[in-house]
Write a protein that binds this ligand. Structure first.
Ligand SMILES: [Zn+2]
Length: 231
């Protein structure tokens, strides 16, 4: 079995994912061995400085994104927003506001496609369409699901030789309907450390948890003298 076949097998096995994710189909804290399997993808920032990297996926959203921007401003915090191309088209003023307030943006495909379920041409084409609206060398695959064959061609789709595939160190779990808002907060407070890249969603589905957890996370990590930086 070559790497490609092994990867396909692993990608298509939800049972295996559940077992290694200990009952969930995802890891709150990315295990070291998963980072080793995909060493070129960015999982965290190697630094001893007390910086953490908040990221917000799936916006811009007319309610959630302005809320996030307002909370970040209170702490002079910078973050990274992985935007869906079609949402940038729908809410251009909010997209512009993200950039004007000094945050980073990244490409999260045009239609929020799942790389494991989409053929390479369709997937890469969707990134190219999003790249017309989102000028960035950063890319985050929706659901974190990306084949190696797709990953290789992303620099061309982004039209950037300095492209970076950004994954994460900690998932807040704000998208998980089985988690409480307190669980989300605990996930981030207990698992994050210097250099962590942390995932939230500025989306309808996640908003009630985000609205609870984000202000407390900003407060808690500021108290511990962390700084919030963009990628
Ligand atoms: Zn997403």
């Amino acid at each position: 079995m070559n790497f490609q076949q092994a990867e396909n097998k692993w990608n298509k096995n939800p049972f295996l994912l559940k077992v290694i994710g200990m009952g969930k189909s995802y890891f709150v804290k990315t295990p070291w061995w998963l980072k080793k399997i995909y060493p070129k993808r960015l999982w965290s920032i190697d630094s001893v400085e007390k910086n953490i990297y908040l990221t917000f996926d799936d916006g811009p959203h007319p309610v959630a994104t302005p809320f996030v921007l307002g909370e970040l401003k209170k702490y002079d915090a910078k973050a990274t927003f992985f935007c869906i191309g079609k949402n940038v088209v729908a809410f251009p003023a909010i997209y512009k506001q993200i950039i004007e307030e000094g945050h980073s943006i990244g490409n999260h495909t045009q239609q929020h496609l799942n790389g494991w379920k989409t053929d390479d041409n369709t997937y890469l084409n969707d990134i190219e369409i999003a790249a017309k609206h989102i000028k960035s060398n950063l890319f985050r695959p929706p659901y974190g699901r990306l084949r190696s064959s797709q990953a290789k061609k992303i620099p061309a789709s982004l039209n950037s030789t300095t492209s970076k595939i950004v994954m994460w160190d900690v998932l807040s779990g704000d998208f998980d309907q089985t988690l409480s808002k307190e669980d989300c907060l605990k996930n981030v407070v207990n698992k994050s450390k210097e250099g962590s890249i942390i995932v939230f969603h500025d989306s309808e589905k996640s908003f009630s948890k985000l609205a609870y957890a984000l202000p407390l996370i900003l407060k808690e990590f500021s108290k511990k003298e962390f700084r919030f930086k963009s990628l």
